[in-house]
Design a protein around this ligand. Structure first.
Ligand code: TRP
Ligand code: ZN
Length: 854
C-alpha cells in the first residue's frame, strides 16, 4: 500500500512535449562567495528572445536556495518564487538579469549542486543540479559562455575553461565554449596537483593536472598517463583535438557516480582515478583507464555536441561508451574487452530489459531523469552504435563521424540528427534501425539449420517480449555475424554479415561438401538472446575450434550453463564434457591467459536465475548456489594438478605493470588459486596473502581465504594494514559480504553497518556494504528475508540524505517477479514499506512505483 497523497506529485515528462526555450542566454557571469553554510551566488545573465519560440514567458529553475535580490537591467524586481523556480515579468527584448542567492553546501548531502566533501567545495550539475546553485534555465539546449569569479580564500579555486585573473583570495575563470549548465563545475579547497602536459596534433601545449587531497599524490601517475593516451587516441582515431589551454581532473571522495565530464574540469569519484599497485587491483587500473578516457572523449561527444533534452541522453552516453570501449580494445586486448563487456551487458542490461524497469535506449517519458542513467542508456546505447558501425562499414562510419562533428559542432542534438548524418553519408534508410532506440526489450533470436545437396541454410526467427507500456514490437534489423566450421575444425566460411530485417528469414550457403558447424553471432554482433537447440558435443567443438574469440568463449560458457541447469533442474551430476573441455582450454598455452581466466569464470547466479525463469521454472537461489558450489568442487578435483601448475607458471616476477599482459597472467594465476583453495583448504592462499606484492594478489588471496572459511586472521591484518586508506577499506567491507555463506550475508552486512568506519553519507562505502549484499543473490534472497529487510532499512535511512544513490540501489529488487510467492511477498512487504514513508524522494518513489507496478 502506498500513500500518494503524502508524496510530492509524481509527474511524468514526455519527449513529445518538447518545445524550444523561450529565452536564450548570451552570456553568464557568476560570482561565488564561498561559505560552508552561507555561500552567496551572484549571477549576471544576458537573456535574448528565442526567435524559434512561441512564447516570451520567463521562468527559471531553482531549488533549495534563498533569493536575496533580483534585478532586470539594473532595476530591482520581485519575481514569483516557488519551490522549483521563479517567474517574472520581463521586457520584450534582450535584457540583463541579476540575482543573488544563498545556498548551504555543507548541509547538501544529496551530492548534487554545490556541496562539500572532506572539507572541499565541489559541484555536480548533471543532469539538473545547476538549479540548486542559482536560478537558471537548467536545460541542455540552452548553451552559454560562462565567466566565473570565486571568492573565499581557499588555496585552490577551479572552474571550467581557462584561468583568468587570480589574487588575494579570489580566482577568475573564463570558458570560451558555449555550454549547457549541466557542464558547469567549481572546485575549491586544499588540493595538490599532479601536473603533466600534452602537445596537441596542431602543436598547442595543454597543461594537465590531477588534483587530489594531500597524501594522494602518489596515486596519480597512472591516471595522468591514461589521460595523455586518451588525448592522443582521439586525435589519431577521430581527428579530435583538445580545445582549451588547460585540462583539470579532480578526485572527490563523496560522489554519486563514477565521474563527470564538466568542460575542462572533470570531476571523478576518487575510486575511479586514484591508483597504485599496492592499493588497486588490475581490474581497478583497467576501469580507471576506461573512465578517464570516457570523460575525456565526452569533450567532443557530449560537450562540443550536446543533447537537446535528456531523452537524448544516449546520444552522448552510448557513443562515448562505444568510443571508450574502442580505446580499451586498442590499449589492451580487443577480444578480452569484448567478452568483459558482454558479461556486464548481460548482467546489468539484460536483467533490466527483462524486468519492470525495462525502458527504451531513448525513453519517451520519465519522472526523475537521474533514474535513467542506466545500463540500457549507456551499455545498450553503445551496442546500438556498434551495430550501426557494423551495418554501414568502417569507411562510412568514419565519413559519418567526420560529418557529425562538422555539422553539429556547438549544437544540442537529437537521435534524429545523429541518424540523419548516416543516412546522408550512406543513402540508406535507417527507419527500421531506429526501432532499436524506441523499443525496449531484448530480442530473442532463434535459429535452426539444415543441410541438403551442398546447400546449408540457417533459418532465423526474431521476437521481442512485451515490456512495460510496449505490448508488441515490430521486427528490427539485426546484424548477425556468422562463420562456418568444417567437421575437422577448419573454418570453411569466414565471417559474413547477415542482415536480418524480417520476423523470419533464411540465409543459404552453397558449395559445402558436408554439414558445417555454425558459429553464429560472432563478436556478439547484436544485443540479443540467441536460442539454438544444440548439444554438448557441438559446444565443446566450438570451444576447441572456433576462430572467433568471443564465440569460442561463449561456447565454453554455454557448456557450463547447460551443465549447471541440468544439475539444478534434474539433479544431474557435474558435466564431464565441461570438466574435460575446460581443463584443456585452461592448459592451452597458445591462448591468452586473460582469455583463459575468462573461460574459467562461471555463469553468475543471476544469469542462471534468469535462464531458469525463462525456461518456465521458479529459480531457487539456494539451489543455484549449491549447484555452483558442487560444480566448483568437482572442477577443483578434476583440475587440481593443472591449477597448481598454472598458479606457478603465471606468477609475475617482473616489476608491477597494470597492462594487459601482466594482468592477464595474474588473472589466470588467481583463477587457479581459487581452484587450489578448494583442495588445500587455504594453504596456498595464505602463502600468497603473506607474500603479496600488490593489491591484485593480496585481495585474491583474501577472497580465497574467506571462501575457505579461513579468513579471520587475514581480515584483521588487512584492516590494520589499510585502515587509513578509504578506497582499500571499501574493498574490505565488500569482500566480507561477498564471500559470506548465503545464511550469513545479511548478518555480515548488518554487523559491518555498525563498524565505526561505516557511513551512509559516503556512497562508495554504502555501496561497498549494502551493494555487496544486493549483489550476492543467494545471500540477498535468503529465505529468511533478512537481506530484503536490511537493504530496505538502509534505503529508508538514506533516502532523505541522498535520493539519487538510494533510487539506484532500489534496482536490487527489480527481479522480484522471478521468485516464489513466499519471497515475492517478503520483497513486496519491503517495497511497500519504502513506498509508505511519509516523505520519499521523487527519485525513490518513481523506482519503487515502477518495480511494484510490474
Ligand atoms: N555524465 C556522466 C558520465 O557518464 C555521468 C553522470 C550523470 C554523473 N549524472 C551524474 C556523474 C551524477 C556523477 C553524478 O560520464
Ligand atoms: Zn558518460
Amino acid at each position: 500500500m502506498s500513500h500518494p497523497a503524502l508524496h510530492a506529485p509524481i509527474q511524468a515528462i514526455h519527449l513529445s512535449d518538447y518545445t524550444p526555450p523561450n529565452w536564450l542566454v548570451r552570456d553568464v557571469h557568476l560570482t561565488f562567495r564561498l561559505d560552508p553554510t552561507r555561500t552567496r551566488v551572484l549571477s549576471r545573465i544576458t537573456f535574448a528572445p528565442n526567435p524559434d519560440a512561441a512564447s516570451r514567458d520567463f521562468a527559471l529553475d531553482g531549488e533549495n536556495m534563498t533569493l536575496i535580490q533580483a534585478a532586470i537591467d539594473g532595476v530591482d524586481v520581485t519575481p514569483v518564487v516557488t519551490g522549483t523556480g521563479l517567474t517574472c515579468d520581463v521586457p520584450d527584448a534582450e535584457f540583463v538579469w541579476e540575482a543573488e542567492v544563498e545556498i548551504s553546501p555543507s548541509t547538501n548531502t544529496a551530492l548534487e549542486g554545490l556541496y562539500m566533501s572532506s572539507g572541499m567545495y565541489c559541484t555536480q550539475c548533471e543532469a539538473e543540479g545547476f538549479r540548486k546553485i542559482t536560478y537558471y534555465p537548467d536545460r541542455p539546449d540552452v548553451m552559454a559562455v560562462f565567466t566565473v569569479r570565486i571568492e573565499g580564500g581557499e588555496p585552490v579555486m577551479l572552474s571550467n575553461g581557462n584561468p583568468g585573473k587570480a589574487g588575494d583570495g579570489f580566482a577568475e575563470w573564463h570558458d570560451p565554449w558555449p555550454k549547457p549548465a549541466y557542464l558547469f563545475a567549481l572546485v575549491a579547497g586544499r588540493l595538490v596537483a599532479h601536473p603533466g602536459s600534452f602537445t596537441t596534433m596542431s602543436g598547442r601545449e595543454v597543461a594537465l593536472n590531477i588534483w587530489v587531497r594531500p597524501g594522494d599524490e602518489g596515486k596519480c601517475a597512472f591516471g595522468m598517463q591514461a589521460l595523455k593516451d586518451s588525448m592522443r587516441w582521439d586525435e589519431t582515431e577521430y581527428g579530435r583535438e583538445y580545445d582549451l589551454d588547460l585540462f583539470n581532473i579532480v578526485a572527490v571522495d563523496d560522489f554519486n557516480m563514477g565521474a563527470m565530464e564538466n568542460k575542462g574540469l572533470n570531476i571523478f569519484n576518487s575510486s575511479c582515478v586514484l591508483a597504485s599497485p599496492e592499493t588497486s587491483t588490475d581490474a581497478n587500473f583497467e576501469r580507471i583507464e576506461a573512465i578517464i578516457a570516457h570523460e575525456y572523449f565526452h569533450n567532443w561527444t557530449g560537450n562540443r555536441i550536446t543533447c537537446r533534452d535528456w531523452f537524448q541522453l544516449c546520444l552522448k552516453e552510448g557513443l562515448t561508451v562505444f568510443r571508450d570501449a574502442q580505446f580499451t580494445a586498442d590499449m589492451r586486448s580487443a577480444p578480452v574487452k569484448r567478452i568483459e563487456d558482454v558479461i556486464a551487458l548481460r548482467a546489468r542490461q539484460f536483467r533490466e530489459d527483462n524486468g519492470p524497469l525495462a525502458h527504451p535506449v531513448r525513453p519517451s517519458s520519465f519522472v526523475e531523469i537521474n533514474n535513467f542513467y542506466t545500463a540500457t542508456v549507456y551499455e545498450k546505447g553503445a551496442e546500438l552504435i556498434g551495430m550501426l558501425k557494423t551495418l554501414v562499414g568502417d569507411d562510412a562510419w568514419s565519413k559519418a563521424l567526420t560529418l557529425y562533428f562538422q555539422r553539429h559542432d556547438g549544437q544540442a542534438c537529437t537521435i534524429e540528427d545523429w541518424l540523419q548524418v548516416f543516412e546522408d553519408v550512406t543513402g540508406r534508410d535507417l527507419a527500421q534501425f531506429k526501432r532499436w532506440y524506441e523499443d525496449a526489450g531484448t530480442p530473442r533470436l532463434s535459429v535452426t539449420d539444415e543441410f541438403k545437396d551442398g546447400v546449408y541454410t540457417l533459418n532465423f526467427k526474431q521476437q521481442t517480449p512485451p515490456t512495460p507500456g510496449q505490448e508488441s514490437k515490430p521486427p528490427r534489423v539485426i546484424p548477425i555475424a556468422v562463420g562456418l566450421l568444417g567437421q575437422n575444425g577448419d573454418e570453411v566460411v569466414e565471417t559474413q554479415l547477415l542482415e536480418m530485417n524480417k520476423a523470419e528469414q533464411s540465409f543459404e550457403f552453397t558449395g559445402l561438401s558436408s554439414h558445417p558447424i555454425p558459429s553464429i553471432l560472432r563478436g556478439f554482433s547484436a544485443p540479443v538472446i540467441l536460442e539454438r537447440e544444440t548439444n554438448d558435443a557441438e559446444r565443446a567443438f566450438l570451444l576447441a575450434h572456433d576462430t572467433d574469440p568471443f564465440n569460442k568463449w561463449e561456447a565454453g560458457r554455454a557448456l557450463a550453463r547447460a551443465g549447471l541447469l541440468a544439475m539444478i533442474q534434474d539433479g544431474a551430476a557435474p558435466d564431464a564434457a565441461y570438466l574435460a573441455a575446460i581443463t584443456t582450454v585452461a592448459q592451452d598455452d597458445s591462448l591468452d591467459p586473460a582469455f583463459r581466466a575468462l573461460a574459467l569464470s562461471l555463469p553468475s547466479q543471476d544469469d542462471l536465475a534468469q535462464a531458469l525463469f525463462d525456461a518456465g521454472d521458479t529459480p531457487d537461489p539456494q539451489a543455484i548456489w549449491d549447484a555452483l558450489e558442487t560444480l566448483k568442487d568437482a572442477r577443483a578435483k578434476a583440475m587440481e594438478g593443472a591449477a597448481k601448475t598454472l598458479h606457478k607458471q603465471y606468477q609475475v616476477t617482473a616489476a608491477y605493470d597494470p597492462g594487459a599482459e601482466q594482468s592477464g597472467a595474474r588473472a589466470l594465476a588467481n583463477a587457479a588459486l581459487a581452484i587450489i583453495t578448494r583442495r588445500d583448504g587455504g594453504a596456498a592462499a595464505q602463502a600468497q596473502y603473506d607474500t603479496a606484492g600488490n593489491m591484485t594478489q593480496q585481495l585474491a588471496a583474501l577472497g580465497c581465504l574467506l571462501q575457505a572459511g579461513k579468513g579471520d586472521t587475514a581480515v584483521r591484518a588487512f584492516y590494520n594494514q589499510w585502515q587509513t586508506d578509504r578506497l582499500v577499506i571499501d574493498k574490505w567491507f565488500s569482500l566480507q559480504v561477498a564471500f559470506s555463506a548465503p545464511d550469513q550475508a545479511a548478518k555480515t552486512a548488518a554487523k559491518l553497518t555498525q563498524h565505526p568506519d561505516f557511513t551512509m553519507k559516503n556512497p562508495n562505502r554504502f555501496r561497498a556494504t549494502l551493494g555487496a549484499l544486493a549483489g550476492s543473490p543467494a545471500g540477498f534472497h535468503h529465505a529468511s528475508g533478512a537481506g530484503y529487510k536490511l537493504l530496505a532499512d538502509w534505503l529508508i535511512a538514506l533516502d532523505p540524505l541522498n535520493p539519487q544513490t538510494t533510487a539506484r540501489m532500489c534496482s536490487a529488487f527489480e527481479t522480484w517477479r522471478r521468485y516464489d510467492s513466499a519471497r515475492q511477498s517478503l520483497i513486496k512487504a519491503q517495497l511497500d514499506r519504502i513506498a509508505g514513508q511519509a516523505t520519499l524522494s521523487r527519485d525513490t518513489a518513481e523506482m519503487v512505483g515502477r518495480i511494484l507496478q510490474s
